[in-house]
Ligand binder design. Structure first.
Ligand code: NAD
Ligand code: MG
Length: 406
């Protein structure tokens, strides 16, 4: 029986993880559920999984959860311990009872708890990208020291993890990550300037949280994945290629020194990589659709257009630059994505804001997670300032245009 803490239980990955866990009640029990603010969903999860501890993002959300639970039939004596905030997240992830931590909070809010779990040698299923993008060096050093292995849940890295089992690491020459190309693969560069958040949120193959969906449309998500792959598997940025594969069925490929390429192929269902992380090195039957090989299909592969999607180029540049550049890349992107979702900046401006933030914030080597979080905060402040400047200019432009139109 494995005891789990689930960081980000109410999100897309969190819900899929509980779907897998709920099928094998004799194999898993939940120590803690950690989430942001969705109290309705949390209350439902508490009923079904009876965790010992539940942690919300803020005290106000904890109060709302208490009111919500009071409306249900669950007797108070079986309620979990209800906590909130950053320290409670760390304690939920590092409790001596816990064998496995699923890291699926979105953003740097998930960093400290994941890092501390790694320091204590917990097995970690890693979905959260920001952990490695913002703090890859410190996190991987901690994993080496504690001797724990991070099992990637992101489908491409999970695929790569599987492909790498086919040979020795020293025999590998190249990693190839696939990208769907997002909803704007066929959109002209000119038309990208007027795409809306609703269009950008309409991902062709995956159903995911908002931030990662927009990042998939700009290809920043693929850039983050290149960075994650470098840290997870010890590649340089030049050894990781990205290829557009709109069918999202081949997730990753590893090229060995003799030119042979091993690919990992499966349906677009995150429950497969989630379950792999939970059961590794064993495999179990997963509740995912199988590919029907009697059906005719075509899979296509092409090079990404870096001129149309500069975010991917910026991610490579940041990884090559090293130090805190990737932390700044992530922080600036989060601010720019939020501004785009609020319709304050255009879609192409997301990458422009990130590029300008990278130019303004000097890279340095963080010595601790606290320092990473400081760099994250100061990068956000710079990105916010750039968004403000751009929004004002664009507002002025819009004003002038509407006056002319009148
Ligand atoms: P989501 O937005 O659906 O869920 C995010 C979760 O984080 C929610 O449970 C939310 O309550 C929680 N959260 C947010 N802020 C919090 C805070 N301050 N404190 C505590 N909890 C907080 O996101 P998702 O799609 O599930 O993605 C989660 C992570 O996994 C992201 O880093 C994403 O890039 C990565 N990922 C997701 C997928 C996918 O298919 N969804 C695939 C690969 C990687
Ligand atoms: Mg992915």
């Amino acid at each position: 029986m494995k005891t789990l803490t689930l960081l980000g239980s109410t999100g897309s990955i969190g819900v899929s993880t509980l779907d897998v866990v709920g099928r094998y009640p004799e194999q898993y029990k939940i120590h803690a559920l950690v989430a942001g603010s969705n109290v309705d969903r949390l209350a439902g999860q508490i009923h079904k999984f009876r965790p010992h501890v539940v942690v919300t993002a803020t005290e106000e959300v904890r109060e709302r959860l208490i009111s919500r639970l009071a409306e249900t039939a669950l007797p108070r004596q079986v309620w979990p311990e209800l906590r909130w905030g950053a320290q409670a997240r760390v304690e939920a992830a590092t409790d001596s009872e816990v064998d496995f931590v699923m890291s699926a909070i979105v953003g740097v809010a998930g960093l400290d708890a994941t890092y501390q779990a790694i320091v204590r040698g917990k097995r970690v299923g890693l979905a959260n990208k920001e952990v490695l993008v913002a703090s890859g060096k410190l996190v991987m050093e901690a994993a080496r020291k504690s001797g724990t292995e991070l099992i990637p849940v992101d489908s491409e890295h999970n695929g790569a993890h599987q492909c790498l089992r086919a040979g020795k690491r020293s025999e590998v020459t190249r990693l190839i990550l696939t990208a769907s190309g997002g909803p704007f693969r066929e959109t002209s560069a000119e038309n990208l300037a007027s795409v809306t958040p609703a269009e950008a949120l309409n991902h062709p193959t995956w159903k995911m949280g908002q931030r990662i969906t927009i990042d998939s449309a700009t290809l920043m998500n693929k850039g983050f994945e290149v960075i994650e792959a470098c840290w997870l598997f010890g590649f340089s940025a030049d050894e990781v290629d990205v290829v557009i594969h709109p069918q999202s069925t081949v997730h990753a490929m590893v090229e060995y020194s003799d030119g042979s390429v091993i690919a990992q192929i499966s349906a677009t269902d995150m429950r497969m990589p989630i379950q792999y992380a939970l059961t590794y090195p064993a495999r179990d039957a997963a509740p995912v659709p199988r590919l029907d090989w009697t059906e005719t299909r075509s899979w296509t592969f092409s090079a990404p257009d870096l001129a149309k999607f500069p975010a991917l180029r910026l991610a490579y540049q940041a990884q090559r630059a090293g130090g805190s550049a990737t932390c700044t890349l992530n922080a600036a992107d989060e601010i720019a994505v939020e501004a785009f979702l609020q319709r304050r900046i255009s879609f192409p401006a997301i990458a422009a804001v990130v590029e300008e933030t990278l130019e303004r914030v000097p890279a340095r080597e963080a010595q601790s997670v606290a320092e990473v979080l400081e760099i994250d905060e100061s990068s956000r402040a710079v990105a916010r300032q750039i968004v403000e400047e751009r929004a004002q200019t664009a507002g002025g432009e819009r004003g002038r245009i509407s006056v002319r139109a009148c």
